[in-house]
Design a protein around this ligand. Structure first.
Ligand code: ADP
Length: 499
């Protein structure tokens, strides 16, 4: 018996610059990987179109073969010849587009970081939709991601609809507002979007803050049938609280087709019942296994084995993550008789050096360990072994650390922003029923705010252990798999198909 309501199956095509694990830079890659499988499990036909980067993880692509060798993609006054390959990536159906030109768009050894990135992805976007057209594919939904593929809806409604591609509806997901593809007229010339006065108009691609510039992400917002970001709270913050990096007024104009969907996490990877990175597997029925992992974590990091609660932080050491508060929390936790473990790294040497300094300062403490680096395996052990996970971010579009922590029964202590506000509900102050409360929150980005939440968490651990245990069970009962977001996206697809 299926718990999915009966519905027509859809043909959905994702056009994306990244997908885990073959082409991954950030969270966008994991979203496409997780969402595409969930949509397929629900009986939809899902295909994914990616650039054929030279640095794809080819060991994760199966049965790769050429399927289309005759794709000519208009570019400037001519056209670029492309070959299209097909392959399975962990059972997902993927097409990879390989252009043949001296531009060498996707043979650069890495995914981003080139002067012509905007042209590279304007080309990829054009090639992907030209491929759909030439191959006679008429998906119900074309789902694009970030500025890199934001031109797809523009091409759809400016060119391909006139050619007869009237069926597909376009959905755009914005994972990152910081990068928007703000550029000059060149990209219009390259991609055949003539009539600059038409496209430079503020109602279309014209940037709201830089005169004489176009903004690709804005074009995606204007032309898509629906726009999403990665949590409802972040959708509100980007539109109404000045966090849209200049796109606030565009989001306002298009608020009727803008919303947030919280990302899922992959419970095949993040699940203490089957996790092979941790020494003792456990679940809600045998919670004591969690304390064996706590002991193993302490042993591995040479921390004292005592009665103290263990507070952790895992994340990029980026100012976004609230580093002053992390630093403060370390001393506060130690002073309040807790242990602290940090796992993080930064590409910025100054930040790394600051934390190295802190590490040396705390070197002799039997209750504190800072691990500066990236370590997937240790991350699993910390999620399993810690009692609390601190996420004091300045801003957080969705956040995965709190979702993973909940699954491992590690109580999140978070700032009330973005996706954190949509997924963590305060034990003492939430309006939710008791059994749905799963952590601690604070509002103000300052040390008092942090202490108010972490202090309450530590007090509960010491003084009301049976309450703390209930909280752990509430946390582990939460479902932040792709199940719910899968349904949310299908509802959005239905909404735009029926308008
Ligand atoms: P962001 O995408 O802003 O970095 P998220 O919370 O969405 O933040 O995702 C972070 C992910 O990266 C989590 O899965 C976290 O466990 C992992 N991670 C971050 N830093 C490290 C690290 N130093 N070692 C291992 N895993 C890390």
């Amino acid at each position: 018996a299926s718990h999915y309501p009966p519905r027509p199956s859809l043909f959905i095509v994702h056009i994306t610059p990244e997908m885990a694990p073959v082409a991954k830079v950030g969270g966008l890659a994991d979203v496409v990987f997780g969402l595409s499988r969930e949509l397929a499990i629900r009986g939809n036909h899902v295909e994914i179109i990616l650039p054929k980067y030279d640095n794809l993880r080819y060991d994760h692509i199966f049965e790769m073969h050429q399927v289309f060798n005759d794709l000519w993609v208009p570019w400037y006054d001519g056209a670029i010849h492309c070959t299209v390959y097909f392959g399975f990536v962990h059972s997902r159906k993927c097409f990879f587009i390989e252009p043949h030109s001296h531009d060498n768009f996707f043979n650069r050894g890495s995914i981003y970081g080139f002067n012509d990135d905007i042209l590279r992805y304007a080309f990829f976007s054009r090639a992907a939709i030209e491929f759909l057209w030439q191959a006679g594919k008429h998906p119900d939904i074309i789902h694009c991601h970030d500025w890199q593929t934001a031109l797809v809806p523009v091409y759809l409604y400016e060119f391909y609809q006139q050619l007869g591609m009237t069926h597909p509806r376009a959905c755009l997901t914005i994972h990152n507002f910081k990068h928007q593809g703000i550029t000059g007229a060149e990209v219009l010339r390259a991609s055949g979007l003539h009539r600059p006065e038409h496209f430079f108009d503020r109602l279309r691609l014209g940037d709201d803050h830089h005169p004489n510039a176009i903004n690709l992400l804005k074009g995606g917002i204007v032309y898509s049938n629906f726009v999403t970001t990665v949590s409802p709270r972040y959708a509100f913050e980007t539109k109404d609280q000045g966090q849209g990096f200049g796109l606030e007024s565009s989001l306002h104009t298009h608020h009727m087709k803008y919303g947030g969907v919280v990302n899922g996490i992959d419970y095949d990877v993040w699940n203490p019942e089957i996790d092979h990175y941790i020494p003792v597997r456990y679940g809600i029925e045998n919670l004591d296994g969690k304390y064996d992992n706590k002991r193993a974590l302490r042993h591995r990091l040479m921390l004292a084995d005592n009665e103290k609660p263990l507070v952790a932080f895992i994340g990029r050491l980026d100012p976004q993550k609230g580093l002053e508060l992390v630093r403060h929390a370390i001393f506060y936790a130690l002073e309040r008789g807790a242990q602290f473990v940090l796992l993080g790294s930064s590409p910025d040497h100054r930040i790394n050096n600051d934390f190295w300094g802190l590490k040396r300062m705390l070197n002799d403490s039997p209750d504190c360990h800072l691990e500066i680096g990236f370590d997937e395996e240790l991350a699993h052990l910390i999620y399993a072994g810690a009692d609390m996970m601190l996420v004091p971010s300045q801003f957080e579009p969705c956040g995965l650390t709190q979702l993973i922590s909940l699954r491992y029964g590690t109580i999140p202590v978070v700032r009330t922003v973005g996706g954190l506000a949509d997924t963590v509900f305060d034990k003492d102050y939430s309006e939710r029923p008791l059994h749905e409360r799963n952590g601690y929150r604070f509002d103000n980005y300052d040390t008092l705010g942090l202490e108010s939440a972490l202090g309450r968490a530590l007090a509960c651990y010491y003084n009301f252990p049976e309450h703390f245990r209930e909280l752990i069970k509430n946390a582990m009962r939460c479902d932040y798999s792709w199940n719910r977001p899968g349904q949310d996206y299908l509802n959005i697809y239905d909404f735009i198909r029926n308008r």
